[in-house]
Structure formats: C-alpha cells, structure tokens
Design a protein around this ligand. Structure first.
Ligand code: COA
Ligand code: AMP
Length: 628
C-alpha cells in the first residue's frame, strides 16, 4: 500500500492500523486494543499492554542473536575518540547502571534527571532508566544552572546522572559546578548524583555523589515491564512563558511510532547505520539518536562535535563515509554552517558517500536555497520533515520507506499516518487550499505523542486544546495546497527558533525585566543567515538612569547567558525610549520583526503612536538591522 491508502486507513480505522504496527514490538502483555479513553485530556494508546522500552531497544536484539552487532558508534573529533559499542556490551552496561539505580531505591515512576554531553553514557543513562521504569528527563548541556534548577523543581528527581564536563569546540565546559549550583538553587534536592568523570575535567565530588564506574559495579537487573501509558520520559521545551513545559512521552505509543518511522519515514533496515547530528538534550536526540534506531535494530552514531571547527567542514562527510551512514538527519542550520565555510564542498573530497541514501532535515524551516545546495553537492535526495517536541516524530514528511513522493521545495510534504492535519481560521473552520491559518491536528493524536504536560494538565489544555475544541493546536501557522502538501510559515506564539533550538522570547523578557535599570522590554526573533533566527532585545530604561547604553546592554547579554544559558544566543540588544503598542497596550512584536527585516509595508491600524516604529527602526540601525 502507498502513503495515501495507509494514511486514510490510519484515520478511518486507527485501532486496526496501529494494532497492526504494534506487532513489531515485543510486549510482555499484548494490549487488547490500541486507543483507550481513560478520562484524560486526550485519548491514550496501548494503555492496557505491558512492555519495556529497554528490552525492545537492546535485549531483544541480543536474544535474537545480534549481540555482536554495533549498537552505538561514538565519534568524537573533540577528544579524538572513535568507539564501537555492541548490543551485547550495551546490554551489560545498561543492566549494571540500572542495577546501581535500583540498589539505591530508584524504581518505577521515580524521576531521574540526566545532564550529560554527547557520550554513549548519556544513552546508557536513558536506557537504564527505561529498564527499571524510572522516568528520565534529559536537560541540554547548553542551559545554565538556573534552567536546570527549574527542571529539578518541576520533575522532583530522586537522582541526577551527569557528566563532569562537555566539550564545545575547543572549550571544556565543566558541568559539575553548574549541577551543584542548580541543586543549591532548587527547592527539591535529589537523594544522590552519579558523575561520569571525563579526563578533560575531573569533577570535585561531594558526599551526595557516586562515581559512575563504581556505581556500575552493581549487579545487573532485568527489564521491568510497565503499562503502555507509563511515562517513558519528560522532556522540557519552551513555551510562551518562562516556565518550560514538561512534555510527557508515553511508553507503548512511543515504541510503536519509533519503530514504524524508521522503516517507513527514513527507509532504513535493521543493521544499517543511522546518524542524527543533534544532541540528546533535544527531542531529535531522544527519538533519533537514542530510541528509534536502537528499537529498530540499527546502529546509531553519537557524534560529539560541530559541523564546522571540529576540526573543519569535512567532519560531516568524514563521519558519513567512515561509518557507512545510510540515512543522515540534522537541522538546516548545520548545513548552512558547512556551506558558509566551504561553499564548493571541496572538503567532501576523499570521502566515499556511496552508502548514503537520504538526507533528512528538521527542527526549523528548510530554506530552499540550502536544500538545493545540499542536493547539488551530495547528489542525494534531501527530505524536509516537520514535527515538534510534543509529537516526538514526524507530523508531515515524505515517507521514503513507504512511498517516496515528489518533493516540493519549501514544503515538508504530507501528513503521516494518524495525523489529520487541518488549517483553521480564527473561528476554527477549515480554510480553503492555499489559505493561511493555524495548523491544528484533529484529535486523537497518533501513538507516541504527548498525552499531557508533567504536573500541568490545565496548562496542557490551555496551551493545546482550548483554542480549537476537538483539535490539537500546533503553534505553527501555514497552509495546505491543492495537492495536500503542507507549508509551514511561522509560529503563532512567542517561540523562536535559533540554530534549530526552540527558545522562548517570553523567558528572555523575564530575565531582562529583572535588570534594575530596565523598566520594560521586548524580545523578538530576527532573521539570521546562519541560525535562521536570533533574539534581539529592545530595552526601555527606568527614568533617571543615566549610564552608557553599551554598559547596560553588556549586562543584559551576560544576564541572559547566566540565567538561561549560552544556547539562548542572546547577543543583540538596544535601548529605546518607547515600545510600539496597540491602544489596549499590547506590544507589537510582529511589527518590530518586520522593521528589523525591512519588510514593514503597512503600519498596523491598532497602533497607538506610529512614530514609535520609526524610532525602533533608528535604534535597530545601530545594530546593523535590517541586514542588507
Ligand atoms: N553545552 C554548553 N554550551 C553549548 C552547548 C552545550 N551542549 N551547545 C551549544 N552551546 C553554546 C555554544 O558554544 C555557543 O556558545 P558561544 O555563544 O560562547 O559561542 C552557544 O551555546 C550558542 O550555540 P549555537 O546556537 O549552537 O551556536 P554555535 O555557533 O555553537 O553553532 C551551529 C552553530 C549551527 C553549528 C550549531 O547550532 C548546530 O550544529 N546546530 C544544528 C544541529 C542541532 O543540534 N539542532 C537541534 C535540533 S535538530
Ligand atoms: P522543537 O519542539 O524544538 O522540535 O521545535 C518545533 C518547532 O520547530 C515547530 O513547531 C516549528 O515551529 C519548527 N520546525 C520544526 N521542523 C520544521 C520544519 N521542517 N519546517 C518548519 N518549521 C519546523
């Protein structure tokens, strides 16, 4: 069956469709049906089944005789290391780490925070939690201590597993002082931490800390089956306010969706090598560095480096060639970085890419120029797909394994099975083809997607379900064309996308507003040739403040880096007298974005004082915007 027939069946007979896909998973107790209405905000999947994620990702492959197959290739140009971990070795390591956790009293439903760089131990930590039914929450290393503290207080972990340091290009970033500071800041205290000591920075230990190697001397423990709707993990993501949203991933649906996507969306077979160049701290890392490749019996690449500078723009090509990568996945920004340093792709010379079949892009809009460049220099199909932390896998894509569809540059193509995607107008009515509106998904969402937010069911309803009853609101705006292809145009909230990283301008505004001299502020996302967008702060000072602008701006930049983290990439800020507002007092952020991009052709009718936009334009000119 082709894409259309599969998609239609998934919508008309979700139970039948997904029970069939569930056969690919090893269940301890097979669910009686796929879709369950358990009185929660949305229907859930496979709730009455019993299953273990680690068993499906690791143990079952060993049991099937594939123990010698490579599970993880760790390629770290920043430390000069290449290591192969077989499924049998992975099983041993994970079972012992899980044994250590169990011996310290961690069990089903307990939370464990993981704060680690791109090393195999990060995946082992995730899988060890899954093995004993503990719920992990991985926190990206580029977040500052305060952000980690917020997650500690929300998830209330029994334990934290951390690396002693991460390596950013040539810089060693010590994680342990950040971890200790976060625990000091948080109201909740974990019972213990386990620290993976890396030779680049050996961490000082406290009585609360175990050394990773000692901890893994514990007796191995078997996989513990959990209910199909048991939370596999919590992953925090940015919303409109400063408080991150704890996206909950349900176990059974996640397993089924992950496995289905590998065969049908990415078109890879067990035993092949899959590489997602992202970070375990993001959803791409959860789904396509850790879980999906391993569940499907593929080899996954854990790459600790950058597209450029580690040591040069040949790195991507070298890793693909050295490890015979069959499918590669990254964010467009990574290729923009490569192209900027090596426009003719001369660094590709000498690297045999004959094993590479497809390149996948996601995380931000895939600009046609970049897509065309990648296609030209590699000669491979370049496939855009659109999804988000909340869904955990593709909403709209081009299902290479199922049926490759014609590519339309600039569109992530068509909805995947289970996703009834519609574009709605303000009244909640489906729009005509090619008409812009809010992109929503008719409930139920397919398996693997979020059933709620951790500790925040009301926020879940408010953020996603209330605007259009019966639909999940994606937060993206766009349109569907006459062929059913989706076009993603913009966010409808205050989320921006910086180098494929999702960030909240609201969170940055909260930090800036805490500066003693800032009376009022706005943060907007402005176009950036490398990162897609970067944040820009507009600061109104408290009356009477008479200090040099540069000083205040530098303090604000440092403050955001200190509180949110370097990943915010907040480097642009300017002092203005007033912010443009509507007569009812709403800040006109979208108009300011247009001023920064030089595309403001119409001043909004609701503006209180149109002259302010000119003032904003003059201020932005001091930052070199709009960039010509
Ligand atoms: N730990 C500590 N700091 C980190 C970090 C981590 N794990 N990850 C990023 N940072 C720091 C960077 O060093 C940088 O610091 P700086 O301001 O001192 O230079 C800052 O956070 C911003 O990082 P980033 O926006 O990633 O910029 P960059 O210049 O380091 O790299 C790219 C730019 C495009 C090469 C890089 O972002 C990239 O490869 N992105 C695409 C892949 C990706 O992970 N996408 C996610 C979803 S698929
Ligand atoms: P995240 O939750 O970090 O994966 O970010 C999800 C958001 O990134 C989406 O809601 C979109 O705004 C944006 N995004 C992800 N993939 C794409 C894509 N292929 N095209 C356009 N925008 C995308």
């Amino acid at each position: 069956m082709g894409w259309k027939a599969e998609w239609e069946r998934s919508i008309s007979d979700p139970d039948g469709f997904w029970m069939e896909q569930a056969q690919a998973i090893d269940w301890d107790v097979m669910p009686t049906k796929a879709l369950h209405d358990r009185g929660g905000p949305v229907a859930e999947w496979f709730s009455d089944g019993m299953v273990n994620t680690c068993h499906n990702a690791v143990d079952r492959h060993v049991a099937a005789g594939h123990g010698a197959r490579t599970a993880i290739i760790y390629d770290s140009p920043v430390t000069g290391t290449v290591e192969h971990v077989s499924f049998a070795q992975l099983q041993g390591r994970v079972a012992r780490l899980a044994g250590g956790l169990a011996a310290q009293g961690v069990g089903v439903g307990d939370r464990v925070i993981i704060y680690m760089p791109m090393v195999p131990q990060a995946l082992e930590a995730m899988l060890a939690c899954a093995r004993i039914g503990a719920i992990h929450s991985v926190v990206f290393g580029g977040f500052a201590a305060a952000e980690l503290a917020v997650r500690i207080d929300d998830a209330r972990p029994k334990a934290i597993l951390a690396g002693s340091c991460g390596i950013e290009g040539t810089r060693v970033i010590e994680y342990k002082p950040l971890l200790d500071a976060a625990i000091d800041m948080a109201a909740h205290k974990p019972e213990f931490c386990v620290v993976f000591q890396r030779e680049q920075a050996i961490a000082d230990m406290t009585p609360r800390d175990f050394d990773w190697e000692d901890f893994c001397e514990a007796d191995p423990v078997p996989c513990v089956p959990v209910a199909g709707d048991h939370p596999a993990y919590i992953l925090y993501t940015s919303g409109t306010t400063g408080a991150p949203k704890g996206v909950v991933r349900p176990t059974g649906g996640h397993l089924v969706a992950m496995d289905w996507s590998m065969a049908n969306i990415y078109g890879v077979d067990p035993g092949e090598v899959f590489w997602a160049a992202s970070d375990v701290g993001w959803v791409v890392g959860h789904s396509y560095i850790c879980y999906a490749p391993l569940i499907h019996g593929c080899t996954t690449v854990v790459f600790e480096g950058k597209p450029v500078g580690t040591p040069d723009p040949s790195t991507f090509w070298r890793v693909m060639a050295d490890h015979k990568v069959a499918a590669f996945f990254t964010a467009p920004t990574a290729f923009r970085a490569v192209r900027r340093e090596d426009p003719q792709a001369t660094f590709m010379d000498g690297h045999d890419l004959s094993g590479l079949r497809t390149i996948f892009l996601a995380g931000e809009r895939a600009d046609p120029d970049t897509v065309e460049w990648i296609g030209t220099v590699t000669g491979k199909p370049v496939i855009d797909h659109w999804w988000q932390t909340e869904t955990g896998w593709t909403i709209a894509g081009n299902p290479i394994g199922l049926e490759p569809l014609p590519v339309k540059l600039g569109s992530p193509s068509v909805p995947m099975p289970g996703y009834d995607v519609q574009v709605l107008d303000e009244g909640g009515h489906a729009t005509a083809p090619n008409t812009l509106g809010a992109i929503a998904i008719k409930l139920p969402l397919p398996p693997g997607t979020l059933p709620t937010l951790w500790n925040a069911e009301e926020r879940f309803r408010k953020s996603y379900l209330d605007a259009f009853p019966g639909y999940y609101e994606t937060g993206d705006a766009g349109m569907i064309d006459e062929d059913g292809y989706l076009w993603i145009m913009a966010r409808t909230d205050d989320v921006i996308n910086v180098a494929g990283h999702r960030l909240s301008t609201g969170a940055m505004e909260e930090v800036l507003a805490g500066h003693a001299d800032v009376a009022e502020c706005a943060v907007i996302g402005v176009a950036d040739a490398l990162k897609g967008q970067v944040p820009m702060g507009l600061l109104c000072l408290t009356s009477g403040v008479d200090r040099p602008e540069a000083e205040i701006v530098a303090e604000c930049v440092a403050r955001v880096r200190q509180t949110i983290g370097p990943v915010a990439a907040f480097k642009l800020a300017v002092v203005v007298d007033r912010l443009p507002k509507t007569r009812s007092g709403k800040i006109l952020r979208a108009s300011m974005v247009k001023v920064a991009e030089g595309t403001l052709d119409k001043v909004p009718a609701t503006i209180d004082d149109p002259a302010i936009l000119d003032e904003i334009g003059s201020a932005m000119a001091r930052l070199g915007y709009p960039v010509r």
